[in-house]
Every structure is written in structure tokens, then in C-alpha cells.
Design a binder for this molecule. Structure first.
Ligand code: GLU
Length: 623
């Protein structure tokens, strides 16, 4: 067989030079009259920025065929299910953010998974490796959401935008280095090895696939054909007359329980699937040094936490090297870390699905609340003890007395690998910023499918999510109100997310950037780092992505720092200085950011993607 070589990853050296000396008021004023200065390879026919080259190609193809950003984004989402199946797909859900140029409207579509009707607060208690069991599977949202987006906002049909993905699954694609290395075929604890079918697909014969090998996923091609032919009902309903048996495969698949004492399958029924509906929601808006920022509100903690961190940092001249700040300085990292810790303490207790619990969003972003809370950040000192959640409710509702949080450690959440972010702008200036996930890499490591009467397995070719472990995995209490924990499991509820598809606008509301990242709770910090790199440090797009990120994803003083990406030779001293302040410092990659940008003065379009994964930008027309 003639094996085509893996595509070369295209990362054109795009440059978005923000106003280099842009800080504070001067910056806001300059932007109000002009916007950022943009340089580099410019496009006018649309740009896609995706964490995988085949996914990028699918989106570019749809743009070239006259599709808009929404069509391209949906094409990318389905293509990624084939070529980056460990991250996201029809077995999961996500958040799409749209900016429609014609109306100047920005809104989001929440396709986050929901807990089934049979879910309960204590359903994970005593379950070993709960994130690898059927009990963790939420009702998937991607198919209804993407169908709705294309129908209401696209120029193409669902079948047209799914065509590139069907081709990839049916005819195959050259496996990328990440596709072949991610399963960790020699690691018995690998999530990809959790079920025989998944193990056989990702590690055939127990060995890793060679990069460049053509890989197909025929069962997934068949699943996609059914959806393309009959629409989303063919996914959400068992309709044997039409050959629609995917719902059966989901319900049977999520019954998966490991062969360990205490293992537990899920309670999802066909009725849960049929009842699933996505939700259009307005983004949460804030500002940072004059720029408008819109990001994903509840059930995501993304916008609230990102904006809390940025607002608490606004009083520091982060771009000013003469004042000891500037990119990578210990002073900058010190205040960023403590702002993150304060915001994550609030996140732990106050942020969850606002369809079910009274998230005090207004209070959490109230300037006085944040000024008081952020007052605890002192450069040169590590905030101690670990911050507790505040009480934002009096800043939301006049006349309420604040309560003190009871002393108890905040739950911590770490990075994950099972998510992907991509950004698109089209020739008309419509933007999409889309983060999509099945939660952990490979979800529960089980394909949707069921046993036929003859005992053979009918595989639907997509992995089931473990999104429900984004809930509190044991019954908890809100440390301030003493009520039931806001992010405890409830039937029909969506687990709290960190996904933060984000857009940045000029002060007068012109869209400039769409961006976001995977990385579990660290997503929030990736978005913060990028925003600061562009706005405070005056970096251009690609350097802003390439630069070292800092992340603290709980109230504890444990920093993850991308030391190796700091300016040459500065890493060890920076780490030592942070340790001397009292932090623990670990290293490792943080996130995978994909950006598209438009210069609001002339409409020229740019993109930049992350080499921490296989980030690929395609601009149109192709040069
Ligand atoms: N499930 C996570 C969330 O919604 C995302 C996981 C990841 O980024 O890998 O916050």
C-alpha cells in the first residue's frame, strides 16, 4: 500500500503587533481610535486555527466552498472526532461562541453534556477509577448543537459540512505524531486501553501505530452518514426503521463497568438522550485595560474566573519592565499566581450550572468586591494562608450581610488532555471560538456500541465522554452558605466546566481576537496568559502563544510554570525566586491555544496556532 506522508504542519509566522507600549488608559484611548496594529501574513478569505492539520484542512475546505465560519467550525468539530478522537467528538460536548458580523451580535451555544435523570449526588462514592466507568458518561450534546448551529446560522447543510469528516473516516488519514503517541500503548494505565475495542483501534496488536500510516474509522464513517442522512434525531432516538441505532449504542456503551469491585455503569436511558437540548446563552462580558472581553458563562466557570483574575491584576502595570514587571519577571508571575488562587477559591464554591443553582455572577465581577479581594495581592509576598471563597452576594443584592467561609480546603482540579480548541473567521468577518471535549483523553476509553444477537460487537466508532466527573465527585457543602455544594450532581444538570472560548473586542466593540484552549481548569489560566501577553506585553500573535505560561488551578500555592519557554537562561533563577517566596513550582505544558484575529481598521485576517500540540493555521486564499 502506498502510504502518503503525514502532512507538514503549516505554521506561518504571523505577527500581530499590539500597540507595543500599550498599557492602561493610553492603550484604551489608542484602541478606541484605531485598534491594534497588525502586521504579518494577512488574509481576507477567512482563517482557521486548529490543533490538528487534517481538522484545519476540513474547515478551510468548507470556507473555500462558500461556507461561513459556523459551517467551517462544525466541519472541523466532526473532522477532529476522526483525527483527534481522544479529545472531542459526538460522544461529548462543548461551547461554541459566535460573533455575527452583520448584526454585531455575540452569543454562545452550550452543547455541554447533562447528567441523566438517574444521576445522584453520591453516585461516585466508593467507585474506583470513576472517570473510567460508565457512571461518568453524560448525555452528549455535540450532535444536536452542531445541527442547530448549521441550520440556524450556516450557509451549508449538515451533510455538506460533514462531508470532509466522512471522507477522513472512510478513506483514512495519515496518522499524526500526536495521534500515535497519545494512547501510550505500553502503559497499562492508559485510558485508551480501558476496553478491548478501544485498545484494538489505538494500539492494534498491542503496539503503537507508526506516524504517517493511513488510519480509517469505518464505523464512525457509518455513524456520520446516518447523522448526515437523517439529522440529529438519528443520534438521539432509536429508530430501527431508519437504521438509526446510535442511541442504543450510547445507552449500552455507558453501562460499561470495569472488572473491579465497586465498579459502576451509567444510568442513561433512551429517554435521557431524546430529551437533550443545547442552550443559546449570552456570553459574560467584562473589560481589561479598555478592551472588551466576552467569554463563556455558566455552566462554565471560564468567563467568571478569567475576568476575576484579569480585573484583580489590572491595578498592576504588568507591561512595565522599569517597575519590575514585564513578561516572565518574578514580580509578574507572583501577582498572576495569587490572582489565580483568589479566583479559583471563588470558583470552587460559587460557579456551576446556573440553570440549577444561584451563581452570583454579578457579585463575583463587582468592582468593589474584586478590589477588596484583590487587595490581598502584594508583590514580593506570597498570599498566605490559602485564600477561602469570598461572599459576593452582598455585591449582587443590596442589604445582604456577607458571611465568612468555613475553613476547609478547596477541591483541586488538574489539567486534562481530552479537549480541543479551534477558532475561525470567515470572509464576511464572522467569528467562531469553539472548545469541544470528551473530558479526559479518550473519555472513558469505551466506544459507543452494543452486542448484536450473534454476540458480535456493533461499534459506532466514537468514544464516550467522562464529563460527569467534572461534578463534585462526593456530596459537598458550599463553604459560605452551608448549602448543598453548587457543583454537586443533580439529574439534568451540566457539570461545571472550565472551557473558555473567548473573544476580545476594541473598546467600541469591534471584534479583534477569538481564542481559547484545552487543559481542564488550566484553560482559564491559558486564556489569562494570552490576554496579558497581547495586551500588556505587546506581543504579536505567535510569540504570545509560544511564550511560557503560568498556571495555578486552585487556592493552593502550587504553580505550574513552562520554565523551558522562559527567556534563555532565566528559568532556574525564576523558579528559585518563586520557591523562595513559598510557592511549589512544577513544570509542564499548559494548554494549546488557537487564535484568529482581524485588524478592525482594515479587515485583514490573521491566525496563530500552538506547537504544544499540532496547531495548524490555514488562511485563505492560500498563498
Ligand atoms: N472537561 C473539562 C472542562 O469542561 C475540559 C477538559 C480538558 O480541557 O481537557 O472543563
Amino acid at each position: 500500500m502506498n502510504v502518503p506522508p503525514a502532512r507538514k504542519f503549516v505554521r506561518p509566522p504571523l505577527r500581530l503587533a499590539t500597540l507595543a507600549a500599550c498599557a492602561g488608559l493610553a492603550c484604551a484611548q489608542a484602541l478606541a481610535t484605531g485598534g491594534p496594529v497588525v502586521e504579518g501574513t494577512a488574509y481576507r478569505g477567512g482563517v482557521v486555527s486548529v490543533a490538528n492539520p487534517h481538522g484545519a484542512e476540513a474547515g478551510a475546505r468548507i470556507l473555500e466552498q462558500g461556507g461561513n465560519a459556523i459551517d467551517a467550525a462544525v466541519a472541523i468539530a466532526y473532522a477532529l472526532n476522526v483525527v483527534e478522537p481522544q479529545s472531542a467528538g459526538v460522544g461529548g460536548g462543548g461551547f461554541m461562541m459566535f460573533h455575527l458580523a452583520q448584526w454585531g451580535l455575540t452569543f454562545t451555544l452550550d452543547t455541554r453534556e447533562k447528567a441523566p435523570a438517574g444521576a445522584a449526588r453520591d453516585m461516585f462514592v466508593g467507585v474506583p477509577s470513576a472517570s473510567l466507568q460508565g457512571v461518568a458518561v453524560g448525555v452528549p450534546g455535540m450532535v444536536r448543537g452542531t445541527a442547530m448551529a448549521v441550520q440556524l446560522l450556516g450557509r451549508k447543510s449538515l451533510a455538506q459540512v460533514m462531508a470532509p469528516a466522512i471522507e477522513l473516516a472512510d478513506q483514512g488519514f495519515a496518522a499524526t505524531p500526536r495521534f500515535v503517541s497519545s494512547p501510550g500503548c505500553t502503559n497499562p494505565a492508559s485510558r485508551a486501553l480501558n476496553s478491548p475495542e478501544s485498545a484494538a483501534y489505538f494500539c492494534p496488536g498491542g503496539a503503537a501505530i507508526a506516524a504517517g500510516t493511513v488510519v480509517t474509522n469505518k464505523p464512525l464513517a457509518e455513524t456520520f452518514r446516518l447523522i448526515a442522512r437523517h439529522g440529529p434525531d438519528c443520534f438521539y432516538k432509536h429508530l430501527p426503521d431508519k437504521g438509526c441505532d446510535i442511541a442504543l449504542g450510547i445507552v449500552e456503551g455507558q453501562k460499561f463497568a470495569r472488572s473491579q469491585a465497586g465498579s459502576k455503569g451509567g444510568s442513561m436511558t433512551l429517554a435521557d438522550l431524546e430529551a437533550y437540548q443545547p442552550a443559546f446563552r449570552l456570553p459574560i462580558e467584562g473589560s481589561y485595560r479598555g478592551y472588551k472581553i466576552k467569554a463563556m458563562g455558566p455552566p462554565s466557570s471560564g468567563a467568571l474566573t478569567v475576568l476575576q483574575i484579569l480585573k484583580m491584576l489590572e491595578r498592576f502595570p504588568l507591561g512595565d519592565t522599569h517597575a519590575g514587571f514585564g513578561y516572565g519577571s518574578v514580580k509578574t508571575l507572583n501577582v498572576m499566581a495569587d490572582a489565580m488562587r483568589l479566583a479559583f477559591a471563588d470558583r470552587a464554591d460559587w460557579m456551576a450550572d446556573a440553570d440549577f443553582v444561584p451563581v452570583p455572577a454579578k457579585g463575583l465581577l463587582d468592582p468593589t468586591y474584586l478590589a477588596v479581594r484583590g487587595g490581598a495581592i502584594v508583590p514580593g509576598v506570597m498570599l498566605a494562608p490559602n485564600p477561602l471563597p469570598g461572599d459576593p452576594r452582598p455585591y449582587q443584592t443590596a442589604g445582604l450581610e456577607p458571611r465568612q467561609a468555613a475553613l476547609r480546603g478547596a477541591p483541586t482540579t488538574g489539567p486534562e488532555n481530552g479537549t480541543t480548541h479551534f477558532s475561525v473567521v470567515d470572509r464576511w468577518g464572522n467569528f467562531v471560538s469553539y472548545t469541544n471535549t470528551i473530558e479526559s483523553g479518550y473519555g472513558i476509553g469505551v466506544f459507543a456500541g452494543y452486542k448484536r444477537a450473534d454476540g458480535t460487537f456493533h461499534n459506532h466508532g466514537f468514544l464516550l465522554n467522562n464529563e460527569l466527573t467534572d461534578f463534585n465527585t462526593a456530596p459537598s457543602t458550599n463553604r459560605v452558605t452551608a448549602e448543598v455544594g453548587y457543583n454537586d450532581v443533580q439529574p439534568g444538570k451540566r457539570p461545571r466546566s472550565s472551557m473558555s472560548p473567548t473573544m476580545l473586542f476594541t473598546p467600541d466593540g469591534k471584534p479583534v481576537l477569538a481564542y481559547g484552549s484545552p487543559g481542564g481548569a488550566t484553560i482559564i489560566n491559558s486564556v489569562v496568559n494570552i490576554t496579558i501577553n497581547l495586551v500588556d506585553h505587546g506581543m504579536q500573535l505567535q510569540p504570545a502563544i509560544d511564550a511560557a505560561r503560568i498556571s495555578v488551578a486552585s487556592s493552593a500555592p502550587s504553580i505550574t510554570l513552562e520554565t523551558a519557554r522562559l527567556p534563555a537562561g532565566t528559568g532556574p533563577a525564576t523558579e528559585a525566586a518563586l520557591r523562595a517566596l513559598g510557592y511549589t513550582v512544577g513544570t509542564g505544558d499548559v494548554g494549546s491555544v488557537q487564535i484568529v484575529a482581524v485588524d478592525p481598521r482594515d479587515g485583514k485576517q490573521y491566525g496563530a496556532a500552538d506547537n504544544r500540540r499540532e496547531g495548524t493555521v490555514i488562511g485563505l486564499p492560500r498563498h
